[in-house]
Design a protein around this ligand. Structure first.
Ligand SMILES: [Zn+2]
Length: 221
């Protein structure tokens, strides 16, 4: 009853189609959520993103990234619109659609540099990871992998600048031992060139017998 009262005061609407949300719908209406194009785990176009550059167990994506689509709008709000809840809800949508490998021990979101984190106020990949974690009850570790260099926003660079592999862009701290013999799910927002994830994976190179799977909200074709 209390939430119904709140709804009258602040009707919540779908961020995509602006229709009024029903009970249990958060951020998107059920209709908009079903319109995200489905991606099968390990689909070849997805695996090709890091083919020959990193060893990946399983590759998961909620959907494809297409211009002027509902997912583009949602991701834009998540990254630039101060809407962390969108990430959490996308994580729930991901978990509703995709069955993860049962052997995954931990979820690790791709970290932001502390300066960027301060500017945005939250890490969009961590918000997405939270939704996945919540539905799958897999713990998140967000204090072990660190971004070392502060780079310009991807959007402000030209394509060539974005393509640079830098194995020192991320580093693990001395708690990394708990990752030995474990299977981790590395979580990012969108995969375009694959360089961000490639750089992250490079940071795990000395962890004994670690297995790495990837989850993203969307991938560009
Ligand atoms: Zn909608």
């Amino acid at each position: 009853m209390f939430s119904a009262f709140i709804n009258i005061l602040y009707p919540s609407i779908c961020i995509s189609c602006k229709s009024q949300l029903m009970k249990k719908e958060v951020v998107f209406c059920a209709q908009c959520e079903t319109e995200f194009p489905a991606v099968k785990p390990n689909e070849s176009k997805l695996r090709l993103k890091l083919d020959g550059r990193a060893k990946i167990e399983n590759f998961y994506a909620l959907t494809r990234f297409t211009r002027s689509s509902k997912i583009q709008k949602a991701i834009h709000l998540l990254k630039y619109g101060d809407k962390p809840k969108v990430g959490h809800q996308l994580g729930i949508a991901f978990a509703n659609k995709i069955t993860l490998d049962k052997s995954i021990d931990y979820i690790i979101p791709v970290p932001l540099h502390p300066i960027k984190l301060k500017n945005r106020g939250y890490n969009q990949s961590e918000e997405f990871a939270n939704g996945i974690s919540y539905k799958n009850t897999i713990p998140i570790i967000n204090s072990i992998l660190h971004k070392t260099s502060h780079t310009q926003s991807q959007a402000s660079k030209n394509r060539n600048e974005r393509l640079v592999f830098n194995p020192k862009a991320y580093k693990l701290d001395d708690k990394q031992k708990i990752l030995q013999e474990r299977h981790i799910l590395l979580v990012d927002d969108v995969i375009t060139t694959g360089v961000t994830l490639e750089n992250c994976i490079a940071a795990f190179k000395d962890v004994k017998n670690i297995r790495i799977s990837i989850a993203v909200i969307a991938f560009t074709e």
